[in-house]
Write a protein that binds this ligand. Sequence first.
Ligand code: MLC
Ligand code: AMP
Length: 496
Amino acid sequence: MASNHLYDGLLSGRESSTHCLLDVPGGRSWSYAELVALSGQLANLLRAEGVAPGDRIAVQVQKSAEAIALYLATVRAGAVFLPLNNAYTRAEVAYFLEDAEPAVFVCGSERVDEFEGVEARVYSLDGDGGGSLIEAAADQSEAFDSVARGPRDLVAILYTSGTTGLSKGAMLSHDNLLSNALTLVDYWQFDGDDVLLHALPIFHTHGLFVATHIILAVGGSMIFLARFDIDAMIAQLSRATSMMGVPTFYTRLLADARFERELVAHMRLFISGSAPMLAETHIQFEERTGQRILERYGMTETNMNTSNPYHGERRVGSVGFPLPGVDILISNPENGAELPAGETGMIEVRGPNVFLGYWRKPEKTALELRDNGFFISGDLGRIDDDGYVYIVGREKDLIISGGYNIYPKQIETEIDALDGVLESAVFGVAHADLGEAVAAVVVPLAGNELDPEQLVASLQASLARFKLPRKVFVLDELPRNAMGKVQKNQLRERYG
Ligand code: MLC
Ligand code: AMP
């Protein structure tokens, strides 16, 4: 049988395992063999659709076991998985379909009509496993010989925005994903007895790759919640050995009186990442549970870069050490020169985890990925004498809200296009639940009045709801420095 680097690396030997892979509370439980069988049927369907190695399969669906089977099917078929946030509007999705030219697009039944006429073959898949995709696969054989794919072959494209506001597809290879998963298994000491409480979305690196790959690689189990729901979390924690989440998961747990020491005394590991965790949250968590959250640092382009140790000191405020095989250096953001130990500057990352580049955007790739393999992260940080990495800020203009990345430029572009608007500035303000929330200041065209509520309503057709400004301030002009650059720091201070 041909070798498929990622699939074989994650699942070899487990094809007939009756061990539980996914337990969907309120739904059913799936063994490894059952999920692999469904992925075989789906891979055969993709083949029957004429999907060739390297073709893109774009997916905007609710979280489900079937969606994981579709992901595995895509990998096995040698194709490229392109997951999309459920919240994206038709306009946002249209851009991804145009840019990535997928052969197949799978979305929820309720959206199929919106995508009539697109180039891709459209199938539906709903949160309960219903829809045309699984129906069409039902007649297919469960047996499928995976298509041969090597370590450097493309396996996924995840879109991430940029300072230009236009999303770029980060191209990830089979070995980017496999090498990182195996490193994390070791570093965090996962094994087949682990039961991971999984409440993350599966359209991002954190929920799809970090969480799911680790469990597949060790033959463990996941309690698979459709979304973060505090009651379900409290109900399921007693069955889990480990949990991964964004900081909002932890602040929400801490805000609930039922979340106490006995409930989690049996838990082996709590991991946080995707956004900075406040020291206050770390401290409260330790006071409440007697355990310290393990914080790690990653990105769509690089998977996981650094982590606090499993044994040894998990330092509050630090994202830990570079993972084995990953090099981190700190450079001068002005000229790219490496800075001496201890100084603060741009975090650069090199290793088998670092992506192949941006889809069909070689000029953007050249700006961020150096010839020597270092990726310029856009995060500012320093490394202390003991080797711990600290993130101290971001050079990229980015808001991280509840673990979702929101690029101000995209929102500013949409606001500026509205009638009566001269210009705008969008920035993040501290938010107790989400870490950061979106705020905007808008300058009307001379002689125009702007109603903030109406302005937000006008943005709904073009922007996913999580990107909508939660506060809009109308100003006569934007504060600018001598170079004409908008002073977002001033805005943050004034309106924060
Ligand atoms: C939902 N809403 C948000 C939001 N999520 N607004 C801002 N930021 C968010 N993150 C809005 C919705 O649009 C809706 O608005 C309202 O909140 C309620 O929606 P909901 O679906 O009920 O929200 P909720 O369940 O509360 O979701 C919050 C959350 C979720 C934090 C649980 O966003 C989440 O699971 N985030 C995880 C993101 C993640 O996995 N990031 C990893 C990226 S990978 P309205 O107006 O309709 O009422 C990465 C690399 C790495 O960063 O290092 O891991
Ligand atoms: P994304 O582009 O969605 O993959 O988001 C990656 C960004 O999230 C990084 O560049 C960081 O800015 C941020 N990030 C991830 N993990 C952490 C962390 N533990 N602390 C602070 N920021 C983080």
